[in-house]
Design a binder for this molecule. Sequence first.
Ligand code: NAP
Length: 316
Amino acid sequence: MAMFNLSGMSKPKDNVYDVIIVGAGPGGLSAALYAARARLKTLILERATEGGQITLTNTVEDYPGFVLITGQELADKFVEHAREFGTNFANEEVVEMDLTGEVKRVKTDLGNEYTSKVVIISTGSNPKKLGVQGEDEFANKGVSYCAVCDGSFFKDKPLVVVGGGDSAVEEAIYLSKIASRVTVVHRRDKLRAQKIVQERAFKIPNIKFIWNSVVSEIGGNNSVEYVTLKNVKTGELTKYSTSGVFIYVGLVPNSELVKDVVKTDEHGFILTNEHMETNVKGVYAVGDVRKTVLRQVVTAAADGAIAAVDLIKYFD
Ligand code: NAP
């Protein structure tokens, strides 16, 4: 799905750091920038794409200073900025962490072990699945969670987008330029997305909305051909033709690796105080993986800055 952007990934020179940041999304990259400027020896470990989830977004219009920028361009600027001030990057997946001692130990899929005084968890989130029949069966055969990655396969074809949040509506707008028709299926009769995004979507002639409905099944032969829609008010079931289903029904935090050590809420989002500290001394969490009221690039970046300024106390 995601495009890999490993250009310029430099191999760390040694294994002992002041700060290790797990995940190179906006929160992690902002923390890296601040930590590196505080002259702390900083390592970011990223298993996939530098920049995180924003690289999967076509346009960003709500990061101050940029009226319009692509997600990839904004991510590249974050990476370049963190690198400029001396952050070390490694394209390695963290497979194990020992966070409870004074010295934190982080092991990766390449068999490396890194140590540091402070760890920042910036592992972000993944798209939540709908959990309906056909969803797994038709993965990569019409079911997608990433319009930027997969939209081009559906030129002049009808599509369904599921959800009513910012992701669903923004990506429906993106897909409307490629597909013949985009039908947004939402379980209520009101969208959750920002008003300006809603207004734009309502004006696009080939975006249709089906309200008070959920997708209860995804079906077809070799690829997606239809969804079954259930009206949540009447219970009525309808077969609806489509070549693809783009699912945007929320996020699942990537906190699996630390959930037994670090306190989370019932959904797995990591609990922090206002300094971004978790319940474990020397362990911070920033960005989408954290329990927070707003998940935006600007709030992830702010989390990173707050964490990095707070953790300086470990090095005074
Ligand atoms: P979200 O805001 O949690 O919205 C999820 C949507 O899916 C909601 O409309 C929800 O319905 C619906 N939903 C949830 N479970 C469902 C189910 N089982 N079946 C059908 N519908 C279901 O998720 P998101 O849009 O992915 O956004 C995640 C976070 O990223 C948000 O904080 C969002 O603001 C942020 N974000 C920001 C931007 C931006 O600033 N440009 C872009 C993308 C995302 P209800 O409304 O009824 O709950």
